[in-house]
Design a protein around this ligand. Structure first.
Ligand SMILES: [Zn+2]
Length: 285
């Protein structure tokens, strides 16, 4: 009985050890031409803008939706011009506000098939939480499929593990006339509620997925490293540098490789803890 009560009270914030900054407002800003940060201090939301409408990645906590909408307006854009809504993954800290956001923008929701199963039920993958308002996707996307709107082109990289349909997004942007690539990583963290190997994994093939996702992300070499939580890529210090006048504050991050290294290290630790020796090398080629 006691363990059931504890499981019901677990939230991603407790599992991931961060939450106080999830609702903390920060001034929205441009990362590059046509790529803007409109999330909170701890939960990312990215707005990609074009003459033909905009794309929004993630709609974090439901209570953050008014703040994200204000951020979009503050940058001089209209929420009703957001035509496409994308997501990183089916956990309430990234998709809890989807229903309210889509009601405000009228955007089409485009998600991976396996996360769609959770989002259309308003369910969190792998967590005994209350969930969030459900929303039906307009369509689903597959691995390496592109989403285009005006001059914006984003590629979906299905990087499952953290959720079965965890989606990393990549694209190209310009800063002062120079081209740069960016990647916004879904997540590679292993929540303490997960069993990734053994008799009853949180989902079949989860450990292999984590390992393949790390390998796939290593094949990318972004100039700009972004992700669903700013702490992964040093959001706070990059904002400070940007506000001090460094237009390329988000470029040439060496954090991408070290983020992948520590994520893989943690995955292998969990594999060992859960009784699988040999690490990723023994699971995937
Ligand atoms: Zn998550």
């Amino acid at each position: 009985m006691r363990s059931i009560v504890i499981a019901l009270l677990l939230t991603p914030s407790m599992v991931q050890g961060q939450n106080s900054d999830w609702t903390e407002p920060i001034e929205p800003f441009g990362i590059a031409d046509d790529l803007h940060y409109v999330g909170t201090a701890g939960l990312s939301a990215y707005l990609l803008t074009s003459e033909e409408g905009h794309i929004l990645i993630d709609a974090p906590l439901q209570e953050n939706v008014p703040l994200v909408l204000d951020n979009i307006r503050e940058l001089g854009f209209s929420p009703s011009d957001v035509r496409i809504q994308l997501t990183s993954h089916a956990h309430f800290d990234h998709v809890g506000g989807l229903a309210d956001m889509i009601e405000a923008t009228g955007a089409d929701l485009v998600v991976s098939p396996r996360d769609a199963e959770y989002i259309q039920r308003g369910a969190d993958f792998g967590l005994e939480t209350a969930g969030y308002p459900s929303v039906a996707p307009a369509r689903t996307i597959s691995h390496l499929e592109t989403v285009r709107l005006g001059g914006v082109e984003l590629t979906a990289h299905l990087t499952p593990g953290h959720t079965p349909g965890c989606t990393t997004w990549s694209g190209s942007v310009e800063i002062a006339g120079e081209p740069y690539t960016f990647v916004s990583v879904c997540s590679l963290s292993v929540l303490s509620t997960y069993r990734i190997v053994g008799e009853e994994p949180t989902y079949a093939g989860q450990a292999e997925d984590y390992c393949r996702s790390v390998a796939h992300l290593r094949s990318l070499d972004p100039d700009i490293f972004l992700g669903a939580h700013g702490s992964w890529f040093g959001l706070e210090e990059k904002i400070t540098a940007l506000r001090a006048g460094d237009l390329r504050a988000f470029v040439a991050s060496d954090r991408y490789g070290s983020y992948l290294d520590s994520a893989e290290e943690r995955i292998e630790e969990v594999l060992a803890e859960q009784g699988h020796s040999g690490g990723c090398a023994s699971l995937v080629q």
